[in-house]
Design a protein around this ligand. Sequence first.
Ligand code: SF4
Ligand code: MSK
Length: 652
Amino acid sequence: MSEEPKPILIGEKPDVCELDRARLALMNPQVIEQKREERTFEETAKPFIELTMREGIETVWDRFEMQQPPCKFCAQGLSCARCAMGPCKIIPPNRIRGVCGADADLIVARNLLDTIATGAAAHSDHGREIVLTLYGIGEGTVTDYAITDPEKLRRLAAEYGLDTSGKQDKQVAGELARAMLEEYGTVRNTLQIAQRAPKATRDIWEKAGIAPRGIDRDVVDAMHRIQMGVAADYANTLTHGLRVSLSDGWGGSSLATEISDVLFGTPRPNESLVNLGVVKKDHVNISLHGHNPMLSEMVVKAAKDPGILARVKEVGAAGINLVGLCCTGNELLMRKGIPNAGNHFNQELVITTGALEAMVVDYQCIFPSLPRTASCYHTHIISTSSKSKIPGSLYFAFEPENAYATAKAIVRMAVENFPNRNKDRVFIPVEPVKVMTGFSVEAIQGALGGTWKPLIDLIAAGTIRGAVGIVGCNNPKVKHDFGHVTLSKELIKRDILCVETGCAAIASGKAGLLQPSAASLAGPGLRGVCTSLGIPPVLHMGSCVDNARILHLAAELGNALNVGIHRLPLAGAAPEWYSQKAVSIGAYFVASGVYTVLGVMPKITGSPAVVSLLTEGLKGAVHASFAVEPDPLKAADLITAHIERKRTELGI
Ligand code: SF4
Ligand code: MSK
């Protein structure tokens, strides 16, 4: 029997808690009360935020305050540190060019292209790891995973033109994975999966010179352009940003979503619970945080291991309680109904329950400071990706080839940590909220009876005015969850269906909007539809890469009507975005023809030309644009006006 994997400590475990506490615990009770209300809109997060301030445990909001005021040139996108002749800042009237001669427009555009390419690379690299696992199954080198949705495997294989007759799933898996891996750096310079987009949309891409060519090609092209002395024209630079983003949305992210479904199951409507109240006092609690479902799915399996469960009893716990966070949490919530402890800004708070034995992380959206937070408790921070070795964490070198053994070692480590818990510090004063999730494109079509006609008829009749994809993160520039929840509530009231992913979806879940009973908050048309189908007015469609599901849904509707996506009464919104990935998502929404409203201003205001291109100029090229509106009620007005305009143009 091979030995169970052992972790290594990355760097040193921090011992900073007392220091932070001495500094932060100086706040007086009125200040604590005021900040608690200012920091979050989520009622169930408030007691935990208050606790952090009373006990002097540093959080994202404290660090945000420490960073104020920000550099105003950086905030406008006017600083550049790309080469060793700089760093440079544009400070009119005298400093209007960097040392190389780049002006404000170019510096802003290059910074934005860098941001889009970073986000696109992150999503798509995640996708590559999923596809490589499928490839390993085909090759026989990966044995811990299986094909859970063989029907989808074969449907995708047919889409890629593969002959599957008489072949075992394993062989089909290998052939499909190889075809998909070729999408990353294809010499064809087209993406098979992007052929799902309506022809009119693909024609727009061709005409604008932004048809996606594959993530490796387009990201490397972007990195080449931002090298000093290459990109010189801001508009040309940003045009490539749209192309990179399309390679993400219709490429890397789509592959991540589709093959995750093949491996772990295509989501179907299911019920679960969300918020910090999902942590259980008498259980070994393990939170699963990040984005990639590969490890977390295996942890779910390992948590049922009889040997480990016997040990759970010996340490005096009632069981093992797995809880998700952020998008790894969304993946588990959608497919397995595993409860979710919250979104981005709940990641530190879940540690303050005092009942978390381990936080297991893969990558993306993980605060590097988590080991500092954990140093105030007994919680282990367990990192698992070679890309994301966090100082102060215990690191397991997770690979698909050692998946189950690693997952078991992690769960065992959490169980052994249970006796180290200080029972006097356990603090879970809130009850979880029920949610209904699992709305994949297949599930929505299934609920409609297998065809899009009923939905199209409802939209044409005006019973549902249109649909909006609300996506993205939390950002301390916005009160936690306020943007997501306020916008969602306002839109459903106006009979606009909301489809949500990522932290936006979790925010709606915590606010009760992912329950069928939330139909009572919707306008009469949407309320009637939701009530008859028994679904919520806000549909949870998954994680950040699952924004591809929103694209595919839009494509299905466009194809059914034989029109480009830009002609549909649809919109996108990212009320609290922070991440580079969110910029890529916004860019591929717009490049696909979806008007998108951001709640946080990107770092572009240093160039009126860039602002004008993104908010107006793009309409000429892709028939869609960005808008920025921090007030969610005003954002709802912009979205409603756009949807009504599209309805009029369609003659409905
Ligand atoms: Fe300055 Fe140009 Fe170098 Fe940027 S690329 S740091 S603007 S010299
Ligand atoms: S986790 S990218 S904070 S949605 Fe996908 Fe949430 Fe944004 Fe990360």
